[in-house]
Design a binder for this molecule. Structure first.
Ligand SMILES: [Zn+2]
Length: 245
């Protein structure tokens, strides 16, 4: 079910799913009942309450949802989310970068997720997310970048490459077959490092490139393959009891 998962300290777990968890998106033409059943199975595997995992209506923007707001919609329209109370967070991807952030806040961990595709990355979704984590008094930010299409596979028209490189020079790349490409991972590393965030790129069995690894959903390889997710949640019973108090 998980391509990679680990406890990253303070009882916080970070994970990225693979095809074992199946398509977790409701917007890709899949049977909604099947998607809901897969989401429920994922929540059981994570050990979080049924229906507690926050999904987003992702629009390639830079909006950061406050998962702790009592009046927030059940499915906020945003490409990132932040919580200081341990709401389990999910971000859906299939070639775009799933980015998970964890930091130490005044009253426990502050966690966030972001969907960084080309548009969001260039427009500053990572900057906005880091800003919102820090706005909660958090320090010691660490980021995990999950599987995405790699710079040797992500072919784009020359004009799109130019526009992107003007904003973030680090995304310049060439495909394995010699045409213009974008390395969004390099761009994300560059942005996060510039913001003083410690970056980890987990490795697991097989390539971390979604296009090359058939255990991961890739929109470019198969538009109907759906989405996998990046996840962050608190796993220790102590944290849950604290939250309930
Ligand atoms: Zn690749």
């Amino acid at each position: 079910m998980f391509w990679w998962q680990d406890e990253v300290g303070h009882g916080v777990r970070v994970a990225f799913t693979d095809c074992g968890a199946g398509n977790l998106a409701l917007h890709t033409g899949d049977d909604p009942a099947a998607v809901r059943e897969r989401r429920a199975a994922l929540e059981r595997e994570m050990g979080v309450g049924g229906g507690s995992l926050l999904f987003l209506e992702q629009v390639h923007g830079t909006e950061v949802a406050d998962a702790d707001r009592p009046d927030r919609p059940a499915v906020p329209t945003a490409d990132a989310a932040v919580t200081a109370t341990g709401v389990p967070l999910a971000v859906m991807v299939a070639d775009c970068l799933p980015v998970v952030l964890v930091a130490t806040g005044p009253e426990g961990p502050v966690t966030a997720v972001a969907h960084a595709g080309r548009r969001g990355l260039l427009d500053g979704v990572l900057e906005r997310t880091v800003e919102q984590v820090r706005a909660r008094g958090a320090r010691g930010l660490a980021a995990w970048i999950g599987p995405s299409v790699c710079g040797s596979c992500y072919e784009v028209p020359a004009a799109m490459q130019e526009e992107s490189v003007r904003r973030i020079p680090a995304v310049a790349a060439t495909t394995a077959w010699g045409s213009p490409a974008l390395d969004l991972r390099a761009g994300a590393r560059d942005r996060l490092a510039g913001l003083g965030v410690d970056v980890t790129e987990p490795t697991a069995a097989g390539p971390s490139c979604t296009l090359e690894n058939e255990r991961l959903s890739s929109h470019r390889r198969d538009p109907r393959s759906g989405r996998f997710v990046g996840l962050v949640w608190r796993a220790t019973p102590g944290d849950r009891a604290e939250r309930a108090a």
